[in-house]
Design a protein around this ligand. Sequence first.
Ligand code: FAD
Ligand code: NA
Length: 390
Amino acid sequence: AKQYDNCIIGSGLSGSVIAQQYSTFNQSSLIIEKRSHIGGNCYDTIDSETGIRISLYGAHLFHTNSDRVWNYVQQFGHWVNYEHKVLGLVNGKYVPIPVNIDTVNALFDLNISTEEEMKEWLIQEQVLFLEKDGTTIREPKDSEEVALTRVGERLYELIFKPYTWKQWAKYPKELGPEVLSRIPVRSNHDGRYFSDRYQALPQNGYTSLFENMLDSPWITVVTDTDYFDVRDKIQCKRLYYTGPIDAYFNHLGWPKLEYRSLSFERGVKFNTEYFQPAAVVNHPQSHDYETGKEVDFTRIVEYKHFLNQTSDHTVYFIERSTDDGDPYYPVPNDENKELYKRYQGMAEKEEGVRFVGRLANYKYFNMDQAILNALEVVDQDTGRVVVEEG
Ligand code: FAD
Ligand code: NA
């Protein structure tokens, strides 16, 4: 077998950035990908019935504050500035998410207009927890207390409690404080979902970015191949593994690291401009306000809104959070954290192997974090010194 400088398991952002970077050092890489396509969870493709570009594993919005990442991605395609907005359907009304002045005004029939008024309103709503002595305020001990401290009972009951249940199949009371610790609430009218300096979408989609990244004589990509079926047949100086860390060690007889997954139900409307008023509509509540019917999905994504795509028809995907399926979100609890540490201990002893990316680190990474992390892995392994500007 041919010997490569690097074997890279997985063609997601982590693996693809590493291969691309080594190609600039004239080093060869063999990428082994289990799925039938490159791009990992960023993969997108054209929906054949409507001609609309859709993402197979959920909507991907690029946002970053990192100049290094932003400059890096410019090389592989044209980016169009795009400020993502999300609406929530709450009590029959479409309201901005994250919660801002307009959300609160719509839900509670208020006329808040300034930041000061919004801050005062929030303070009235917030529930504080006192120590037994009744005077000193204590830290919230679970995610319910975190939410009550931050947004108060009304927003908690309307939005955060039912949505958390749908996402995790657990109520905030059963989850550690960190799960809801970063509920964003805006005391202004800012309706953007992200507040990063750079927010954009690739004009020709993510898959074409990956094609451009991997288009090099130094890079060989093999799809439809599970690393564990070929690990004895490939030869490389170094191995970069971006799959699940527990799978690498064949679980060692230990329990599996738990993940939440998503299912996507496709719907299409022919001869219809739009199905819903925004690309992403969240459905936090357990029941429909008008019909009283159960709503078991978390959100609906209508891709035609992204980059104002044109079609006579429209296609949308209903997302449900599920127990099994592809690994998406690590389940944050003490058992999993402990277990991950044990696997990490094994990984550190594994010579010539680097564990990179969201699955190998059992951690949710945004795309920009995955890119930066992969760039830094190559910095370290090549001794490259990067001078950060600004
Ligand atoms: P992955 O993309 O998962 O790639 C890993 C690859 O390894 C996969 O292709 C897999 O098939 C392959 N693999 C695994 N095991 C093996 C094996 N044994 N043999 C061969 N190949 C194997 N980030 C944002 O910045 N903005 C967003 O809006 C956003 N939305 C998201 C929405 C969802 C639903 C999810 C789950 C994530 C979202 N992300 C978003 C995060 C983004 O998807 C990740 O940052 C990115 O996918 C990380 O890339 P990765 O290469 O580490 O992992
Ligand atoms: Na997303």
